[in-house]
Design a protein around this ligand. Structure first.
Ligand code: SAH
Ligand code: SF4
Ligand code: F3S
Length: 441
């Protein structure tokens, strides 16, 4: 039996997948190790969303050559979205890779390890599935704090946003049996976990039918939230086109469903949104923001945005800045457009915004968002929040940090508080990224 070292890049769904991979391999008698020097196999779970994500993996593969020089029996396997995108070609381009396995083929991993070891051949398994959800696999929680965990509730995406590679790397959208999701959440709560995050590329389109009855995302959220008021429930990601009032109602009526919605806007320009194939315009998006605020005035809102998509004009870029000023996001993931092979954009559009111009637009968005986040945080000073304590602050052993329902990080003096506890903290100060506070009764 072998020692497996798993390294994960990309989104939360990849992290959740690595926990499924660990479980599948442990079941076959392999061990997951945290020291790479002990490894017989290094598995790299990769991301393909932007070119720089792939370049990072290629750099890592070069670094690993030295380790392979010292450990001749070491084999490297590539999992995840880059494996799916490049398939066996990746083993031609990167000679030190022995196998590639796509996101729907992880059940084949034990057999592949055996093949690579015993026959000394290379292997590639990248078939996508329309049904695989790994519903029966209980993930091994890797690097977990024992407090919060991810639960994958669906896989794939078929929205085909013009810029996005995910539909090609993750395949068709499919939802996981709600019974298995609720059971996994309950089991985590019984083990002492206090927070679960339900994951999918577009959780609003979660839908599972069995025996003629359909469970949608609001109902699933309701069922998970009912497990215990002491179990916090989060979710990611919501597509604005499908964000329903029914979900907002369910969120508002459960205090343990966290008041935080990640609603990627991508652009403030209607022409860009149409070209991106997002299926909403700025008016629709702002209507959804108004609905969130109507149901939950204290809900935080975060987003993703792309600067410099094909043919974006200066005026359209200004519309994105205007959108940021209107919504006043608490946090944003901000990216420069990166052309991805196979996408609609790659086939039909020109990547015509010069790099320097993309950088300038991105920096303008980042600067504006920094100001907004700081102003938003200043408004929290004086308020008291329930905080789930997560661990020691990175800055000082004397301080702990946790998050409020809005997912904002709050740092406070340790006192006798312990990770995993819910405590009340009054905010006294802030930066753009963090709140500082004192514990109150
Ligand atoms: N399913 C989620 C997004 C997953 S990818 C959703 O639709 O909201 C995360 C983010 O990466 C996207 O929201 C988008 O902002 C960004 N992204 C995706 N493809 C990109 C590309 N080709 N270049 C730059 N950013 C991209
Ligand atoms: Fe990509 Fe769009 Fe699917 Fe999100 S919804 S994963 S951006 S195709
Ligand atoms: Fe990256 Fe794949 Fe996630 S491309 S963002 S790891 S779905």
């Amino acid at each position: 039996m072998s020692n497996i070292y798993i390294e994960t890049y990309g989104c939360q769904m990849n992290f959740a997948d690595s926990e499924i991979v660990a479980s599948l391999l442990q079941k076959e008698g392999h061990s997951v190790v945290t020291d790479i020097e002990q490894a017989d196999y290094v598995l790299i779970n990769t991301c393909a969303i932007r070119d720089n994500a792939e370049q990072r993996i290629r750099k890592r593969l070069r670094e690993l050559r030295a380790l392979q020089g010292r450990h001749k029996q070491l084999r490297i396997g590539i999992l995840g979205c880059m494996a799916e995108r490049l398939q066996s070609q990746l083993m031609v381009e990167e000679e030190n890779v022995s196998f590639v396995v796509g996101p729907d083929a992880y059940r084949r991993l034990p057999a592949i390890l055996q093949q690579v070891r015993q026959q000394g051949t290379k292997a590639s398994e990248t078939e996508l599935s329309t049904t695989e959800t790994y519903a029966d696999i209980e993930p091994v929680r890797l690097g977990s704090n024992g407090i919060s965990a991810y639960i994958s509730i669906m896989r794939g995406c078929q929205n085909y946003c013009a810029y996005c590679v995910v539909p090609y790397t993750r395949g068709r959208e499919r939802s996981r049996d709600p019974e298995t999701i609720v059971a996994e959440a309950r089991s985590l709560f019984d083990q002492g976990y206090k927070e679960v995050t339900l994951l999918g590329q577009n959780v609003n389109s979660y839908r599972f039918s069995s025996n003629g009855r359909e469970v949608d995302f609001p109902e699933l959220m309701h069922r998970v939230a009912e497990i215990s008021p002491l179990l916090r429930v989060r979710f990611a990601t919501s597509h604005p086109k499908d964000l329903s009032d029914k979900l907002l109602e369910v969120m508002a009526s459960h205090s343990n469903i966290c008041k935080c919605i990640h609603l990627p806007v991508q652009s403030g320009s209607d022409r860009m949104l149409k070209l991106m194939n997002r299926h909403y315009d700025s008016a629709w998006y702002l209507d959804r923001i108004a609905a969130i605020r109507r149901y939950m005035p204290d809900c935080s809102i975060t987003t993703d945005v792309i600067a410099g998509f094909c043919t974006e004009t200066e005026e359209e870029h200004q519309m994105t800045l205007e959108m940021f000023r209107k919504v006043r996001y608490d946090y944003a993931y901000m990216f420069k457009f990166s052309m991805r092979p196979d996408t609609y954009a790659a086939k039909h559009l020109q990547d015509d915004i010069p790099e320097a111009e993309k950088t300038r637009r991105l920096e303008e968005i980042i600067a504006l968002q920094g100001e907004i986040a700081l102003e938003n945080n200043r408004k929290e000073i004086g308020k008291t929040f329930e905080v789930l304590v997560e661990g020691e602050s990175h800055r000082s052993k004397e301080q702990l940090f946790g998050r409020n329902s809005q997912n904002k990080v709050i740092v406070f003096d340790r006192g006798d508080a312990k990770p995993g506890q819910y405590i009340m903290v009054k905010v006294t100060d802030c930066t753009a990224a963090t709140l500082k506070g004192v514990r109150v009764q």
